[in-house]
Ligand binder design. Structure first.
Ligand SMILES: [Zn+2]
Length: 219
């Protein structure tokens, strides 16, 4: 059965965007498959609103593939994010893990590897049912494998330059207590904040960085 579409293909944002993606991918990385990207922080139950994050790139990636071009849709799991709060319906005892990476928080049901995996699984099942094909990337794996170490060291060495740029646009400090405040008490800016090596939380304040040895000190 033929179903007529009220939107002309040329006016369709998916077709238009797929064309832009192919052209931009060819300009930046000639001969390589274009990449569409989604990102989800598996910090609590993944709700319908999170689906838009995935469906928008999916429609575009799907259209690129329909046009006969391979296309990669990556799903970046922001599972190295800190646990910010205990979601409603979960025991308050999890509050002791606030500030730890989502992959370092225990699984609430006992059947998954950790907190993050507990919330990834139902989304994976939904994506499979919807036919949304993604290549998963774990940011825990990326950070702990050292994939970003070079960029982090570069940012730390250029912290004064970065801090000066930020200061031009920063009008006031955030009122939210757990908001990322990258300046320490003496007003120095550090673009990187470590998870504490002893308690695993990120309630840390960087007190120094040795540009030569790359040794970081924090309290
Ligand atoms: Zn679980």
């Amino acid at each position: 059965m033929e179903v007529s579409c009220p939107v002309a293909p040329a006016d369709d944002w998916v077709v238009r965007t797929a064309g832009e993606v192919r052209a931009e991918a060819e300009r930046r990385h000639p001969g390589e498959a274009p990449t569409c990207a989604s990102g989800i922080s598996p910090s609590g139950p993944v709700h319908l609103g999170n689906l838009r994050e995935l469906t928008t790139p999916h429609f575009v990636a799907d259209e690129v593939r329909k046009q006969g071009v391979p296309c990669r849709h990556i799903l970046s799991w922001d599972d190295y994010d800190r646990l910010r709060r205990v979601p409603a319906g979960f025991p308050e005892s999890f509050a002791e893990h606030i500030g730890r990476p989502l992959t370092a928080v225990p699984d609430p049901c006992g059947q998954h590897q950790n907190w993050a995996e507990h919330f990834k699984e139902p989304l994976r099942e939904s994506l499979a049912r919807l036919g949304i094909r993604v290549t998963e990337i774990s940011q825990t794996q990326m950070y702990t494998s050292g994939a970003y170490t070079g960029q982090i060291i570069l940012a730390m060495r250029r912290r004064a330059d970065i801090g000066a740029v930020l200061a031009r646009y920063q009008t006031r400090r955030s009122a939210e207590p757990d908001d990322d405040e990258p300046r320490n008490a003496t007003g120095e800016y550090y673009p990187f904040k470590p998870y504490c090596a002893s308690c695993g939380r990120d309630d840390t304040t960087v007190t120094g960085f040795d540009d030569e040895t790359t040794q970081i000190t924090y309290t």
